[in-house]
Design a protein around this ligand. Structure first.
Ligand SMILES: NC(=O)c1ccc[n+]([C@@H]2O[C@H](COP(=O)([O-])OP(=O)(O)OC[C@H]3O[C@@H](n4cnc5c(N)ncnc54)[C@H](OP(=O)(O)O)[C@@H]3O)[C@@H](O)[C@H]2O)c1
Length: 296
């Protein structure tokens, strides 16, 4: 199904493993507040659980359906020890709703340390030639405008302590580099790629000590969305949701700083990325694992 990039490292993973375990002291999120868009189900919920296991002080999840937000908060709170779980219904495709979310956080005196951009719109299942510009623009609104707006409000909120790093983790997709995948949803690839380039350009202007930005493909995870697209539990060899759930925690740590501004797969082994041939290429080539025109 995937090209040779799927096995960039040896080994690759389809579930969590020791180096990305949220229980590792080096990945501890103690004292931090985490905001996850679309954290109520699927991958976002798995990421929320990862940050709970990593002892975050507060995990805030958002989603459009208020009853799903409440249920997810209740479920997460049951497995949280000291972590406070909050839920805010918020449709990121509404500019006003995103403003209201961040205004409310500010009024409540909440400063976010880690932002995980996960919520997405899939757009119409038609070729781009058969989608109106207006319909394409609606997908841009959710997948690009909202992501940039969430990011801007995040890095402009100010720090609790100016020496602390802020972490922005973008749940991207294989669709940003393999246009044969997700071919049936062309506005998805178009807008995920645009948002990621936006974040790459912001990263170019930010030191990772101040604002660390990493994008990753989460793997193939059987979620509500996958089910709604007609997949079944046995359609493909799905990855476990703890893979992206725990990888996101690792991406919000100083160990991942060498990936600032780049894109990786959650399945790639982080120790193999940190050393050896891949690491050498990352250190030598500022364009490697980034969006751009190849062959120049
Ligand atoms: N699943 C995979 O195999 C796969 C593969 C590659 C990339 N991804 C990426 O992984 C991320 C999560 O995918 P998923 O499969 O977990 O999706 P999902 O099952 O559809 O879950 C999406 C989450 O986002 C929320 N959401 C959707 N639209 C929203 C909006 N406009 N405003 C606020 N919240 C919204 C949903 O709750 P409500 O419906 O209540 O709003 C839910 O909490 C996406 O960025 C996707 O591109 C997934």
């Amino acid at each position: 199904m995937f090209g040779k990039y799927a096995t960039l490292t040896d080994p690759v993973h389809n579930n969590t493993y020791e180096a990305i375990s949220p229980l590792r002291p080096e990945l501890s999120q103690l004292g931090r507040t985490i905001l996850i868009s679309g954290g109520t189900t699927g991958i976002g919920y798995g990421i929320a659980r990862g940050f709970v296991r990593a002892s975050a002080a507060r995990v805030i999840i958002t989603g459009r359906r208020p009853e799903v937000v409440s249920q997810a908060v209740e479920d997460l709170q049951k497995e949280a020890n000291a972590t406070k779980i909050d839920g805010y219904p918020c449709d990121i495709s509404s500019n006003a709703a995103v403003e209201a979310l961040w205004d409310k956080l500010k009024t409540d005196g909440i400063v976010v340390d880690v932002l995980v951009l996960n919520a997405v719109a899939f757009g119409p299942n038609k070729s781009l030639r058969n989608i109106s510009t207006a319909a394409t623009w609606e997908v841009y609104d959710a997948n690009v405008r909202a992501q940039l707006q969430m990011s801007e409000r995040f890095y402009k909120q100010g720090n609790k302590d100016s020496s602390e790093t802020k972490y922005l983790v973008y749940v991207s997709s294989v669709a940003v580099h393999d246009f044969n995948i997700g071919n049936d949803y062309p506005t998805y690839a178009l807008t995920k790629l645009s948002a990621q380039l936006g974040l790459q350009l912001i990263a170019q202007d930010s030191s990772p000590e101040e604002l660390q930005i990493i994008s990753f493909h989460p793997g193939s995870i059987f979620t509500e969305n996958a089910r709604s697209k007609g997949f079944a539990e046995d359609s493909v060899p799905w990855d476990h949701v703890d893979l992206p759930g725990h990888f996101a925690v690792w991406a919000a740590s100083s160990e991942a700083q060498f990936l600032h501004g780049r894109f990786v797969w959650a399945s790639w082994d982080v120790e193999k990325l940190q050393s050896g041939d891949v690491r050498r290429r990352i250190d030598e080539d500022p364009t490697y694992l980034k969006i751009g025109i190849h062959g120049l």
